[in-house]
Ligand binder design. Structure first.
Ligand SMILES: C[S@@+](CC[C@H](N)C(=O)[O-])C[C@H]1O[C@@H](n2cnc3c(N)ncnc32)[C@H](O)[C@@H]1O
Length: 362
């Protein structure tokens, strides 16, 4: 069962100006980079068994709502259909299942699913609400699990920090630097627990030889631990500026913990190896701002992207309204208004996306 913390995690609903649906193009860039991994996985799944599959079950975990919700499963379904054509086999029946936490905008997802089902041959669809840290599907029922930009969300923020009243992000820089290893250590342990659990659950639900292609926010192993920053550093920076100016309460800011952790590629490898149910077929480390994505990295786009992803959890904690979030966006835009300042801030807090292709070993 999902914990109380999980229940409140969701992106901004609907299709309005501040919605995730309208502010998730950067996440979609990452989904597009997973295309080849998914296509290769489907080709493997169709060619390795002696019999061409008659039906397949594909799930996306942490689908959210808007155009990205169907992006990965759409690639998978198209790849399955191309394999049928290539091997001159009858259409495989595909069951597409979308998952997210119960507070997700599933009404919008259903509308997209109906259109999707009508546009594809031999596809049935379904929604599976619940936490991906628990059981979601019946044993051995899945062939492919996809997930993009979601697995850095923890099941909860580390209890030990809350219990000891250690802020996740101290406004005083000296204290922050001194305590960094304690804070990061607590977040890293929570991630290890959660990701191990995630692997154990999926190992039960995937069929023999079943596959996973997932991406999540992370950092490069080469980055010095002493320079380590939160995957949600930008949100903390903007909120700490608002707290320093008295726009939000400093006490409230000190007790605000976003349940997100971005592991290093090495950390991820180690957890997967130790858990033991999956072999790593491929791991890629993607820079967030290469090539054409630069067009998407403007102060206004990043401020609105942060709002779309974090407004629900911020509003819930600070008990505030949309006005505070308007101020959040203005503070972020002001902060990055000087030419190149956003890029400098990103360079000081280097983030990458880790994309990994896994095969169940038993
Ligand atoms: C940034 S969105 C990613 C959405 C989409 N996959 C994409 O790439 O744009 C992260 C999603 O993960 C969901 N999520 C977070 N923790 C989850 C959990 N424990 N179980 C299921 N979904 C979760 C959130 O509700 C949110 O919709």
């Amino acid at each position: 069962m999902a914990s109380q913390h999980e229940q409140m995690v969701h992106m901004n609903r609907g299709q309005g100006k501040t919605s995730y649906a309208r502010n998730s193009s950067l996440q979609n860039v990452e989904q597009n980079r997973m295309r080849l991994m998914i296509e290769e996985t489907i080709a493997d799944l169709c060619s390795t068994s002696s019999l061409f599959p008659r039906n397949m079950v594909v799930a996306d975990l942490g689908c959210s709502s808007g155009p990205n919700a169907l992006a990965l499963v759409s690639v998978a379904v198209d790849a399955i259909h191309s394999q049928c054509l290539h091997f001159q086999q009858p259409q495989v029946e595909v069951c597409v299942l979308l998952n997210d936490l119960p507070d997700n905008d599933f009404n919008m997802v259903v509308t997209s699913l109906v259109a999707f089902q009508q546009s594809k041959k031999s596809v049935v669809t379904g929604i599976v609400p619940g936490s991906f840290y628990g059981r979601l599907f019946t044993s051995g029922s899945l062939h492919l699990v996809c997930s993009s930009n979601s697995l850095h969300w923890l099941s909860k923020a580390p209890e030990e920090l809350k219990r000891n009243q250690i802020p996740a992000y101290d406004i005083d820089e000296n204290v922050r630097v001194e305590r960094r290893h304690v804070v990061i250590g607590a977040y890293a342990r929570q991630f290890r627990k959660d990701f191990t659990h995630f692997l154990e659950m999926r190992a039960k639900e995937l069929s023999s030889g079943g596959r996973m292609v997932v991406s999540l926010a992370g950092r490069r192993s080469e980055e010095l631990a002493s320079k380590f920053t939160h995957a949600w550093e930008s949100v903390a920076l903007v909120l700490s500026e608002m707290a320093s100016k008295g726009v939000i309460s400093k006490e409230k800011f000190d007790s605000f913990y976003i349940p997100i952790y971005g592991p290093s590629d090495e950390e991820l490898r180690e957890i997967i190896k130790l858990e033991g149910s999956f072999s790593i077929r491929e791991m890629q480390v993607h820079e967030p701002s290469s090539g054409s994505d630069n067009m998407l990295i403007t102060p206004s786009k990043i401020a609105n992207l942060l709002r779309a992803g974090f407004e629900p959890i911020i509003v819930q904690h600070f008990g505030s309204s949309g006005e505070m979030m308007d101020e959040f966006v203005r503070t972020a835009e002001r902060r990055w208004s000087k030419e190149g300042s956003l890029q400098q801030e990103m360079a000081r807090n280097p983030r990458v996306t880790l994309a990994v292709s896994l095969k169940k070993v038993v």
